[in-house]
Design a protein around this ligand. Structure first.
Ligand code: UDP
Length: 461
């Protein structure tokens, strides 16, 4: 797109993989359309710029870094925090440095077309953008249905739904948000529930006052939720996902030994025989749950690839709580790794089901490869995503965390892999086709991307 040549976009991602990765993918998409993109990123979870040579990276440092040794965002300090406290701290520590960095970028010469900030940063970024006269577009890295639930928080709170979440009415329908049940409401266990409401409210209000919201979803997947959001937010919305399927020039991937070994192992498996199990980059589980998962996978007698991220199991380093000889006994039937190239794994013909925590990226990635899911959501939007996967799109089976013992796990895996989950595979394939179509020349996401480009270019005038 010639008309975008020379126009510059500044992006401000939240520093977690499930947020950072889609922002980088969006940067790739906009770069492909002729924009130059600068990523302002926090020193917390700082990325490796050499992996994205087409983008410019600037580090934002907060004021307590350096020699003093009292950095509240150091690994040792943050490992003690729950997610809500960590997000609160990130928002607080980087607000002022972000404002300064944005001002320096905007004052630095070439015209800045707009700022794209992660929705979770909320209204902080709005004030900073306004100060330097730059329009702000928001990227929401989660789905549209879960955002509808977040937007309804004040109403749900007034009606006492969150009190029910601790009570006995967990299976009641939330009549304002069907098909969600009380147990699906996107909250998280935290020491500070008020802060959770503040973060969510700030996210929703920040979206309402933005110049537009970009969504990593597609119309055929979330049409009704997107329509609701259109009237709720009253700003232009751009569902242009799935981001990772846009054709852009990507730098070659660097593969480490573990990734090579995983591919070799997958190559040896029968088509659609492998259960791929991974619970994302943030969720943590108890040791007891870990052992049930291990035995459930083993007893299912299906080949499995299991990502056990260091830090996944509370209070342990990695696999040390597995019984002695467990890994040796599995032999080549199962493979446990610390990290996988998930996009590559899901696209591999050997994979037959994805046992997932239903993070939005994982959900979309699975849909795009037509892989049916086993859903064990842990918190926030994962709970909503799981309900949609199981009840609306019907491409997955629920395996609730509270019911997750080895017998149930074995039963659900066999149900998904052997009994073929009652048409689940066919529906997964059909949904994959829809995801492909939305990115074709006349597909909804391609058209929405054209609209987005026109929209942000109009800010220059
Ligand atoms: N991911 C990966 N390898 C892994 C686990 C996760 O590449 O072993 C990627 C996955 O493809 C997805 C992201 O990390 O893009 C996780 O995002 P998601 O929204 O699914 O979950 P979160 O980590 O935010 O809970």
């Amino acid at each position: 797109m010639e008309e975008s040549k020379g126009s510059r976009i500044i992006m401000f991602p939240l520093p977690f993989p499930g947020h950072f990765n889609p922002m980088i993918q969006l940067a790739g998409i906009m770069h492909h359309r002729g924009f130059s993109v600068t990523i302002l990123h926090t020193s917390y979870n700082s990325p490796d710029p050499s992996r994205h040579p087409h983008l410019t990276f600037r580090t934002i440092r907060h004021n307590n870094e350096g020699e003093g040794g009292d950095d509240p965002l150091s690994q040792s300090e943050t490992s003690r925090l729950d997610l809500v406290s960590l997000i609160r701290l990130l928002k607080q520590m980087y607000a002022e440095p972000f404002r300064e960095s944005l001002a320096a970028e905007v004052g630095g010469g070439d015209t800045v077309c707009c700022l794209v900030s992660d929705a979770i940063w909320g209204k902080n970024t709005e004030d900073a953008a306004e100060e330097v006269g730059v329009r702000r577009v928001v990227l929401r890295t989660g789905g549209a249905a879960s955002f509808c639930a977040f937007a309804a928080f004040p109403l749900l709170r007034d009606k006492g739904y969150f009190r029910n979440k601790q009570g006995s009415r967990l299976d009641d329908l939330v009549i304002e948000l069907p098909p969600l049940k009380v147990k699906d409401l996107p909250v998280i266990e935290t020491n500070d529930p008020e802060e959770l409401y503040r973060i969510i409210n700030d996210m929703v209000e920040g979206a309402k006052s933005s110049s537009g919201v970009i969504w990593n979803t597609f119309e055929d997947l979330e049409r009704l939720s997107l329509m609701d959001l259109n009237s709720e937010l009253q700003v232009p919305i751009f569902p242009i996902g799935p981001f990772h399927k846009h054709s852009v020039d990507l730098p070659p991937k660097t593969k480490n030994k573990e990734v090579y070994e995983t591919t070799n192992w997958l190559d040896k498996q029968d088509p659609k025989s492998v259960v791929y199990a991974s619970f994302g980059s943030l969720a943590a589980i108890e040791e007891k749950e870990f052992l049930e998962i291990a035995w459930g996978l083993r007893n299912s007698e299906q080949p499995f690839l299991w990502v056990v991220r260091p830090g996944l199991v509370r209070g342990t380093e990695w696999l040390e709580s597995l019984p002695c000889g467990f890994v040796e006994n599995i032999g080549s039937k199962g493979k446990i790794v610390k990290w996988a190239d998930q996009l590559e794994v899901l696209a591999h013909p050997g994979v037959g089901a994805f046992w997932t925590h239903c993070g939005w990226n994982s959900t979309l990635e699975s849909i795009c490869e037509g892989v049916p899911m086993i859903c064990t959501p842990c918190f926030t939007d994962q709970l909503v995503n799981a309900r949609y996967i199981v009840d609306v799109w019907q491409v997955g089976m629920m395996l609730e965390r509270s019911k997750m013992d080895r017998k149930e796990i074995e039963k659900v895996i066999k149900g998904a892999m052997i009994e073929e989950g009652d048409g689940m595979k066919e529906r997964s394939f059909a949904l994959k086709e829809k995801a492909n179509l939305c990115l074709s020349k006349d597909g909804s996401s391609s058209k929405n991307l054209d609209k987005l480009v026109t929209h942000v270019l109009s800010f220059d005038n």
